[in-house]
Ligand binder design. Structure first.
Ligand SMILES: Cc1cc2nc3c(=O)[nH]c(=O)nc-3n(C[C@H](O)[C@H](O)[C@H](O)COP(=O)(O)OP(=O)(O)OC[C@H]3O[C@@H](n4cnc5c(N)ncnc54)[C@H](O)[C@@H]3O)c2cc1C
Length: 396
């Protein structure tokens, strides 16, 4: 009998977890047919998005070649998928040489994720969108600190040692802490006063992370201050121009760099793929991640609109939820292949909230479940975060 081809589009956190789960659940066989696994991704390796803040501060490789993952026994095709033809069970993609190519599938998992929202070009600054942007940020602030070391005007020296991070989600929080610590270290090496190195985190909301407990927020605020980050609440960044950051309250900050961390939007590639989408561009699926109106096609992760049937809440774009969906998809695919009822989506978040935020080598960990509201800070949460990141990226 012919092999069954299972194609996964996108080797982010959701796609990798789905690949692992379907392989493990099926043990490579379905209804007596061997399953051939093909991962297709436009990038030459898995991008560790959770560590995007790291190369803003230090040189660190966050794109991991596919053959270095702990996950084995799959074929990798580098290509950018353009469309899915569910009638013919084929997808069309552009390979690395720029050629138009096609792959046939029996089972398809769409996990093309999201992209980072960009500011308008006239808003200035650098958006933390990818590893190249992160490296550009690092070069920028390091060059500015070298200039500061030769600067005799104290006001200009202070400006050269000041950065604004606009957008105070997890990415903005982790980036600002990492930068403040790295800048202080570098300032000391250059003979500058480390406490002159300032990072402003601009938060458009009244407080950080509206979904967390007050206890956790207080701890996080305190840890950020210790790192050298000043959080400005109710403060929206408008634009950066000639060393001045214009704010919505009419104030203006003298900065040498503005970094935008404005959150995520669904992958715009989806618009041309021929999949059913919500008005904001996410794939429409049922409670078992089956794409509406298409047989043997599933979609999970940031690119998908997934609703918990118990409370009608839509999932958020997080690595945690992407991984959870990947694990469940293994069971769903097997159940569908065997023709038995499949488990439906339910978010673990409805029983439990948990956050781990990296602040340099340290971190803050929070869990709220069954009446408990527990916060821990220091090196252990920093290690937990790293472990979670490594596991999600299939490095162990
Ligand atoms: C800077 C930053 C920090 C973050 N921090 C956190 C955090 O601390 N905690 C947390 O829970 N979440 C965090 N997130 C969100 C988290 O990274 C996402 O929720 C997660 O990456 C979603 O996984 P995914 O697999 O659905 O999509 P992605 O990780 O976006 O993966 C999509 C994959 O599809 C590939 N792809 C895209 N288009 C195509 C195409 N047309 N053809 C072929 N391949 C394609 C991409 O190359 C990529 O490999 C952060 C995100 C960013 C950007």
């Amino acid at each position: 009998m012919n092999d069954l081809t299972c194609v996964i589009i996108g080797g982010g956190y959701a796609g990798l977890q789905a690949l692992k789960a379907i392989k493990e659940k099926s043990r490579g066989i379905a209804n007596g047919r061997r399953i051939r696994f093909v991962l297709i991704d436009k990038q030459p390796g898995h991008l560790r998005k959770l560590r995007m803040f790291r190369p803003t501060a230090v040189e660190e490789e966050i794109m991991i070649p596919w053959n270095r993952l702990a996950l084995k026994d799959f074929e990798f095709v580098q290509g950018e998928v353009a469309s899915v033809d569910s009638g013919e069970q084929r997808l069309r993609y552009t390979d690395v040489q720029g050629n138009d190519a096609r792959i046939r599938y029996d089972l398809l998992v769409v996990a093309v994720g999201s992209i980072v929202r960009r500011p308008d070009p006239d808003q200035g600054g650098i958006a933390l969108t990818d590893p190249q942007a992160a490296a550009g940020i690092r070069e920028h602030w390091r060059a500015n600190l070298r200039k500061a070391a030769d600067e005799t005007n104290p006001e200009e020296r202070k400006r050269l040692m000041t950065i604004a991070v606009a957008g105070a989600g997890i990415s903005g929080i982790e980036t600002s802490a990492e930068l403040a610590l790295a800048m202080r270290k570098e300032a000391t090496v250059l003979g500058l006063n480390p406490s002159d190195a300032s990072v402003y985190l601009l938060n458009a909301q009244e407080r950080l992370l509206p979904e967390v407990s007050e206890k956790f927020r207080r701890k996080l605020d305190q840890q950020l201050i210790e790192c050298g980050v000043t959080v400005l609440h109710n403060c929206k960044a408008l634009r950066e121009e000639s060393g001045a950051m214009m704010l919505s309250n009419g104030d203006c900050l003298a900065v040498s760099l503005c970094i935008w961390t404005l959150g995520l939007i669904p992958n715009p590639d989806l618009r041309g793929m021929g999949l059913p989408l919500t008005p904001d561009g996410k794939v429409l699926v049922d409670e078992c991640y089956r794409v509406q109106g298409m047989s043997n096609v599933y979609s999970i992760g940031d690119c998908t609109r997934i609703v918990d049937p118990r409370d009608g809440r839509a999932t958020q774009m997080t690595c945690f939820e992407a991984g959870e969906q990947g694990v469940r998809l293994g069971k769903i695919v097997m159940a569908d292949l065997e023709g038995i009822p499949a488990p439906s989506h339910h978010s673990a978040k409805s029983n439990m909230d948990a956050f781990t935020i990296a602040l340099g080598q340290k971190g803050v960990f929070w869990i709220r479940t069954w009446g408990l509201d527990m916060v821990m800070s220091g090196k252990i949460p920093g290690r937990i975060k790293k472990l979670v990141e490594d596991t999600a990226s299939m490095l162990r």
